[in-house]
Every structure is written in structure tokens, then in C-alpha cells.
Design a protein around this ligand. Structure first.
Ligand code: GLY
Length: 601
């Protein structure tokens, strides 16, 4: 669906932008075609040789090679995409223990191509019963001045990871849980090799322990065991026998091993309380996952429909808004392609609208009224897009698709996204998190589980920014049982009722902007999954008013500054894992920004 606009393109700056257009390269996703054997061949016309990968029977894209291989192992054993997703998720908790794990939570979007059914599983962490809206405002600072919603027991929200895995398995699983946990158990027991990204997490812990000596007892187990007291190199093997044993038990006993009378609730809450936490065994026993209806955005960009995560994800709404704004305004800018200044400006202004809405209106819709329908109203989105000027930036207070709401009220941290497609087209997009690097820095040593610091995703102090510099409204204040607003954005784009692309990311608010840009690189830029994920990206989250460019886009800085953007260069904008469906097979693409590697068969 194309929409025309009467806005005139008038500025010299824009002229320069449009002249920067390039022609598309690579191939767009096609209808599902014949299944073929994996093929690896060079793409002749790519600027740098690109390895061309297609898989006939299934594909998994994660930020950790053993986890991608775990998923494929389960697919080969006859499991479906959900079985493979559970194996992948659990293996990631072993190999990326600073990003996700049993002490965290997440979102899983599932599309069953055979029936057209789609489901959204919310296993996000929730606020403990003893924490209310004023909790953090009334806390004295720690001795070294760290934020108590970030580290130690008071940062820990009630984990939902294992209840989530069980819910997904009960609803869609086909293989026994004992079989599904096997690759994760193996990775934990035999160990995995440390890579460069792992070392960056170790450095983060080293620096925190230096700047905040009162976090040394809190982080002791993580520092001693997972960081090897800082004496660690690429290729070193990390073994987690306690976690291996616990995962095996989970495979045998299911949810009882977590929250049943013989589960570990007391153990978990004991550790938490020893470090000023407030978790109670009942918090863990009473935790409930929520099955939600995915947001469906029809014809969101040309002939693509989007399946998106509803609140408490903010990403679903933001991605739908930006895709629709881009579709509406790209023609009036001469259909510029990704990598040009005109395209980038349009993208940034659309992001600013979406992040303004995020800050003002979004929170857990089970607790506050979130105007989802109005935020996704196509006319309102197009009206907001029409306010975008090509020769200047919108005033901060003019941003947002809908009016009203209190506005003044946030690099890759502890999150991991993966995507799976099986041989029936069943698609899983799953993002899981413990929020910051190694979450709260607290571990339960007996079972090797790291506890999240998801409480910092709430508006802990009205008016203050969170870990990611995001401003959020009072609607997102903590309340018992409430889920903190999230940027996690597992997304599936359909064409003609079949999966065309699935993507998602880690990286705080850069999850949203990273995912969006990869999707558009494929569906508008015509790129392969590999080229789309590799392409340089930008980020703007409305507040602070700073446009961040990866180095590969730094060449655009003068043109973007000329129209009024305050520009800085930055490290990675999200870590995106995607799978693109081509006529001749599945193309998984893991993001090199975190050293990921995909697998398939
Ligand atoms: N913890 C990151 C997010 O949920 O957005």
C-alpha cells in the first residue's frame, strides 16, 4: 500500500541527501520456494565477498555459536522450532551468562505457518510484592553511591525464564524436556570457549568492583567463577557443573524444580535477602507467565504484515509506527535507500516520534491504560510522519504520534535475541534478558544462576533516566506484580501469510532501532540477511537529543548536522539476529557486533 503526500522537498540540504541515493544490492526475500541443500558460494557482485548461505530444513541465529548449534541439534532430532528455541535459550544461559539466564525473563513470539496461528509469550520478570512506587525514592544511597535498582538484592525482579520455557513447551513442544535440555547441560558440564565479547563483560565487572568496592561481596561468585578473577583469555574454557546439574534436574522434574515445594525458591530468595533484597519464596511460587495476542500491523510496509510483541514491550508499537512512517514518507523523499542522509534523517525523525510515545504512554497494560489502538492508528501515524520536515529537525515537544501524557518523566548489556525457523515454517523470535551485564551481580552459587537487575527498567525515581538513559513516565513506576516496560522487540514479518523475515536484538533501547534498520535493509534496501545485519546503523531515542552514528555512517555527519541533528559516533547500535526466507532456502544472519554465529541444516 503506497500513500502520497503533498509535502514539498525544498532544501539544498535535502537535495544533497537525495543525491546520495545508491541502488539496491542483494536479493529481497521471496515466497517460500523449493527446499534445497545448504549451499555456500560467493556472491559475485558484492563489494566484498559475501558468503551465501541457504538452509533447506531449519535455521537458528543467535549471538553464540554453541547456542545456534544446540537449536539445530534439536531440529535434527525431530523437534519443532519451539523445542529448538527452548534448547537455544537454555544454552545461551550457559554461554552468555552475562546476557540472559534462569534468573531473568523475556518474550517469545511464535508463528505457526501451517495454521496461521500466532502467540506472544510474556515471561518477563515482575515486581516483588514488597516493592511499591516509592521504594527506590526512599532508599539511602549505597556507601559508594551505586543505584540500588542496578546492583544487589534490591535490583532483582521475580524471574520468569523457566516458567516461560515450560509454558512454551506445554503449548507447542513435541520432544521430552529431558532431550531438549541436553545440549545446555553438555555446554555447562564440558564448558565453552571464552570469546572477545565475554572478555568485555569481564572488564565491566572488573571496573564496577574497582569503582564500587561495596559491590565486591555482591559479585564475588561471578568474579571468582565466571570471570576467573580477571585472569582469563580468549579460548579459555568455562565450566559450570552446578548449572549442569540443575538443568538436568529441570529436564526431569519440569517446573517443580523451580517453584515447587522442593524447588529452589528458598535458595534464591535467601541469596537475594542476604544482599538487602526483598524476594519471598511466594513471589517465585506465584509468578505467572502471560500468553498475549501479538500486535498485528497489516500492510505495515508495502505488502508486509508484521507480528509484534505487545506491551509491556515498547518495541512492537515503536517498530510498527516507524515502518508505517517510513513507508508513508519515503516516496516524497525520492525513495532514498539505507545509508543515505535523506533516508537517515527520515528514519531518525520517525524514531523520535516513536520514542516520545514510548516515554509518555507505555508501561504494563495490565496495570495502566495504554492507548495501543491510538498509537497504532494509521491516520495518526501518517499525520505524525507528515509533520517531519526535510530541512530541519522537529522540536522536541512536537514529537509523538499522539498528544498528551507527561513527557519528562534511558550499548549492549544483559540481553540476548535469537531467531529460529523449522522445516514447516514455524517461526520463533525470542529475546531474553537479565538487563545489565551479569544482571544484579548476584548469583545463587548452588545452582550457578545469575539474578537479573530488571527493576531498573521501571521508572525507579520519577524524572530520572535509567541505565540506558531512557526517560520513562510515572505509568512505569514499580507495583507488586507489575512488569517493567521493555525494549525487547521480537518481530516476524509476513508476506502472503508466510514468514519473510524474523529479527530482534539486544542492546537496551537500541534493540528497537537496530531491529528496525535490519528489517528495512531487507525489505526496502533489498539486501541479503547477511548484508542487512552487517550494514552500519544509527540510533536516536528522542531524549537525550543526540543522533548516534556507527562509524560506517560517520560520512553522513555533515549533512545530518546541516539539518540540525546533534551528532555523535557510537559503538554498536544493537546486536541483531535475523533469518531471511528466500526462494531457495533460509538465510540466518548473526550479528558480528557480539561475535555471534548462526547454524542450519
Ligand atoms: N532489559 C532490557 C529491556 O527489557 O528492554
Amino acid at each position: 500500500m503506497r500513500h502520497t503526500t503533498s509535502i514539498l522537498i525544498a532544501s539544498l540540504a535535502l537535495g544533497a541527501m537525495i543525491n546520495g541515493c545508491t541502488s539496491p544490492t542483494g536479493t529481497a526475500p521471496g515466497d517460500r520456494g523449493s527446499k534445497v541443500s545448504p549451499v555456500v558460494a560467493a556472491v559475485a557482485d558484492a563489494p566484498a565477498p559475501e558468503v551465501r548461505i541457504r538452509h533447506a530444513n531449519g535455521a537458528v541465529a543467535t549471538d553464540s555459536k554453541p547456542a545456534s548449534e544446540a537449536g539445530v541439534e534439536i531440529l535434527k532430532a525431530g523437534g519443532n522450532a519451539v523445542d529448538a528455541a527452548i534448547a537455544t535459550a537454555l544454552t545461551l544461559s550457559v554461554t552468555r551468562p552475562y546476557s540472559c539466564g534462569l534468573g531473568g525473563g523475556g518474550f517469545m513470539l511464535i508463528f505457526v505457518e501451517e495454521t496461521g496461528e500466532s502467540r506472544a509469550l510474556d515471561f518477563r520478570e515482575t515486581c516483588p510484592t514488597r516493592v511499591g512506587p516509592e521504594f527506590y525514592a526512599n532508599l539511602p544511597p549505597s556507601a559508594s553511591g551505586y543505584d540500588p535498582s542496578l546492583y544487589g538484592g534490591r535490583a532483582v525482579a521475580i524471574p520468569g525464564q523457566l516458567p516461560g520455557m515450560i509454558a512454551a513447551h506445554d503449548a507447542f513442544g513435541t520432544l521430552p524436556l529431558e532431550v531438549i535440555v541436553a545440549p545446555a547441560v553438555r555446554a555447562a558440564r564440558a564448558g565453552f570457549a571464552v570469546d572477545a565479547n565475554y572478555l568485555s563483560a569481564v572488564e565491566k565487572v572488573r571496573s564496577l568492583r574497582k569503582s564500587h568496592p561495596d559491590l565486591r561481596p555482591t559479585s564475588r561468585w561471578i568474579w571468582d567463577r565466571l570471570c576467573q578473577r580477571g585472569v582469563i583469555e580468549v579460548g579459555d574454557i568455562i565450566r559450570q557443573p552446578e548449572l549442569a546439574e540443575y538443568l538436568e534436574r529441570f529436564g526431569r522434574e519440569g517446573i517443580a524444580a523451580w517453584s515447587g515445594p522442593e524447588g529452589i525458591a528458598a535458595l534464591l530468595t535467601g541469596v537475594d535477602r542476604a544482599f538487602d533484597g526483598v524476594l519471598r519464596p511466594r513471589d517465585i511460587q506465584d509468578y505467572k507467565v502471560v500468553w498475549r495476542e501479538p500486535l498485528v500491523a497489516k500492510d505495515v510496509f508495502e505488502d508486509y504484515d508484521a507480528l509484534l510483541m505487545p506491551p509491556p514491550s515498547s518495541g512492537g508499537i515503536a517498530i510498527a509506527q516507524v515502518l508505517a512512517m517510513m513507508e508513508h514518507r519515503l516516496p516524497s523523499a525520492g525513495d532514498p535507500l539505507p545509508g543515505t542522509a535523506a533516508y537517515s534523517h527520515l528514519m531518525v525523525e520517525s524514531m523520535r516520534h516513536a520514542f516520545a510515545d514510548r516515554a509518555r504512554h507505555l508501561a504494563d497494560a495490565d496495570f495502566v491504560d495504554v492507548p495501543v489502538d491510538r498509537l497504532l492508528d494509521r491516520e495518526k501515524i501518517e499525520a505524525a510522519a507528515d509533520r517531519i520536515q526535510f530541512n530541519e529537525v522537529l522540536a522536541t515537544n512536537s514529537c509523538g504520534v499522539i498528544e498528551g501524557g507527561a513527557a519528562d518523566v534511558l550499548k549492549d548489556e544483559g540481553t540476548s535475541h535469537f531467531s529460529v525457523i523449522d522445516n514447516q515454517g514455524m517461526t520463533v523470535a525470542c529475546t531474553q534478558t537479565i538487563n545489565g551485564t551479569f544482571g544484579s551481580l548476584l548469583a545463587v552459587p548452588e545452582i550457578g544462576v545469575i539474578l537479573n537487575n530488571e527493576m531498573n527498567d521501571f521508572t525507579t525515581i520519577p524524572g530520572a533516566s535509567n541505565l540506558f538513559g531512557l526517560k520513562q513516565s510515572d505509568r512505569n513506576l514499580p507495583e507488586p506484580g507489575k512488569r517493567p516496560l521493555s525494549s525487547m522487540s521480537p518481530t516476524i514479518l509476513l508476506r502472503d501469510g508466510q514468514t519473510a523475515v524474523t529479527a530482534g536484538a539486544s542492546g537496551g533501547p537500541r534493540i528497537i532501532t537496530g531491529t528496525l534498520q535490519v528489517l528495512l535493509e531487507v525489505i526496502h534496501g533489498g539486501k541479503s540477511g547477511r548484508a542487512a545485519v552487517d550494514a552500519p546503523r544509527l540510533h536516536h531515542q528522542w531524549k537525550p537529543e543526540i543522533l548516534r552514528l556507527e562509524a560506517g555512517l560517520a560520512v553522513l555527519q555533515p549533512e545530518l548536522e546541516a539539518v540540525g541533528h546533534d551528532v555523535e559516533t557510537t559503538g554498536g547500535v544493537g546486536v541483531v539476529q535475523a533469518i531471511v526466507v528466500h526462494d531457495d532456502g533460509l538465510e540466518p544472519a548473526s550479528d558480528p557486533r557480539k561475535g555471534g554465529a548462526s547454524a542450519g541444516w
